[in-house]
Design a protein around this ligand. Structure first.
Ligand SMILES: CC(C)(COP(=O)(O)OP(=O)(O)OC[C@H]1O[C@@H](n2cnc3c(N)ncnc32)[C@H](O)[C@@H]1OP(=O)(O)O)[C@@H](O)C(=O)NCCC(=O)NCCS
Length: 152
């Protein structure tokens, strides 16, 4: 999580306060959110998380990051594909990803999985005093193409 691109494009605080990771992990101890380690050949290559799961509105925002040593091999694409399938298996009806306009690799991942680009949300709160223009991508049940996103 201290990788410069992870700090740039996720809501991980920079600098990361002492003990922050413990508070962050505690968020995943309820049904409200879910998170996974992404493993390949028994090596950690990333993580995948949900935001707060809206069980009434049946919506969720997803997030993901791949370790520098795992990038460029389709790991994020397969991760997002599996995470999205998991969300639909939970009965959710709309799944979103909010992606910085300066993060074309992540936009490409969403596109490859079958997400639809909806537009740019301007000056969204990112973290601390930072604001970002974020692309909104979404996918609905039936739009996930299982043939996409196979790891290379
Ligand atoms: C974005 C990130 C998740 C991508 O992970 P990855 O495992 O390398 O992604 P994949 O290999 O599945 O796919 C990346 C795609 O982006 C493309 N890509 C990479 N850099 C690109 C760039 N600068 N411009 C356009 N496309 C780019 C790749 O070519 C590939 O597409 P292709 O299969 O059509 O060739 C990873 O770089 C990362 O963790 N970044 C930091 C954290 C982050 O940004 N998380 C997402 C927050 S929304």
């Amino acid at each position: 999580m201290r990788d410069p691109d992870v700090l740039r494009f996720t809501r991980t605080p920079d600098p990361m306060p002492d003990g922050w990771i413990h508070d962050y992990l505690a968020r995943f101890r309820s049904d409200d959110r879910a998170g996974w380690a992404v493993m390949q050949d028994e090596q950690l290559v990333g993580y995948a998380v949900t935001g707060p799961i809206d069980r009434e509105g049946l919506e969720v925002e997803l997030g993901y990051a791949v370790s520098p040593w795992g990038r460029g091999r389709g790991v994020a694409t397969e991760t997002l594909r599996q995470l999205t399938q998991w969300a639909f298996d939970q009965g959710l009806k709309r799944v979103t990803a909010l992606i910085s306009v300066d993060n074309p690799a992540s936009s490409r991942v969403a596109e490859k999985v079958g997400y639809t680009f909806e537009g740019v949300l301007r000056s969204m709160h990112h973290r601390g005093e930072d604001r970002e223009d974020l692309q909104s991508w979404s996918i609905l049940p039936g739009e996930l193409d299982p043939s996409r996103g196979s790891p290379s």
